[in-house]
Design a protein around this ligand. Structure first.
Ligand SMILES: [Zn+2]
Length: 274
């Protein structure tokens, strides 16, 4: 797949600033991966062809893939590091994502809705059909291959809409259900819909999670709270050039207008506001 020269140049300089300067690894967020090359209708799904092209680009440019809990030692990570994450735990991820990662010696983290493991997605979103979910056997095989399994609540709950007791049931319950089903220690968490408030962050801390991801965009380290890690969404319509710019700018909006505005702001602050 083709990349325009400017995006290629931006990618060449991406991932080189040390995490200590607030520009740590980019954490990418995926959901469903659909077989074949057709563009999926939901923007949150990525085609298998695009996903493989994105992995091959990372590999060809010598990027290192890590799991989310590896970010806890971000000071010792090499330049050009990226954390790949999948939310929800859709069954299509096994054949169309996990296998491609494993074949390339790459790793990723899956945030799984614990109640629905081995079943179907039991929550309803307007434009998302009911989907089959990864089984405990598949998750175990993925973990044995070096992938990380994290939690995403028990039922894909909107945490800020719940009482404190309900939040705890969702957060602590998801950790326990996954640990019991997989016989693994579950260290990482992602807030469904990216929704969180002080109470839900506190519940995540008290449950014993070491790191948690939001859907706010930015580099790892741009929010100092390890329980509010920022991520960059990869969409169904992203070209390989757009994907390269996401790695360079750590934002989900990489239209040229946005990048021109960002670059102008950086130049202005560098030359005129010293
Ligand atoms: Zn989700």
């Amino acid at each position: 797949m083709w990349i325009d020269p400017l995006s290629k140049r931006l990618l060449k300089n991406a991932g080189l600033i040390p995490a200590t300067q607030g520009r740590g690894p980019v954490v990418l967020m995926y959901h469903s991966i659909t077989p074949g090359k057709g563009r999926p209708v939901p923007k949150w799904s990525v085609s298998e062809r695009n996903f493989m092209a994105q992995l091959d680009l990372l590999k060809s440019k010598s990027w290192t893939t890590i799991c989310v809990s590896d970010l806890l030692r971000s000071d010792s990570l090499p330049p050009r590091t990226v954390a790949i994450t999948f939310d929800d735990g859709f069954a299509d991820n096994f054949e169309h994502a996990f296998c491609h990662l494993r074949d390339r010696g790459m790793t990723a983290t899956w945030f799984v809705v614990s109640r629905d493991v081995g079943g179907v997605s039991g929550w309803t979103d307007a434009d998302v059909p009911v989907r089959s979910m990864l089984s405990a056997g598949q998750l175990h095989e993925m973990a044995m291959a070096g992938m990380e399994i994290g939690a995403h609540t028990r039922t894909h709950a909107r945490l800020p809409e719940l009482s404190r007791a309900e939040i705890e049931e969702e957060v602590i319950g998801s950790k326990k259900e996954l640990e019991d089903a997989l016989n693994l220690s579950i260290k990482s968490f992602a807030y469904p819909y990216g929704l969180f408030n002080e109470e839900s962050v506190e519940a995540v801390r008290e449950a014993g999670f070491q790191i948690a991801c939001t859907t706010r965009t930015g580099w790892f380290g741009s929010d100092p709270d390890i329980l509010r890690v920022r991520r960059v969404a990869v969409f169904s319509h992203d070209s390989l050039s757009a994907f390269a710019r996401k790695l360079a700018f750590a934002t989900s909006d990489v239209s040229w207008q946005t990048i021109a505005r960002y670059t102008a702001g950086r130049i202005k602050s560098r030359f005129f506001e010293k």
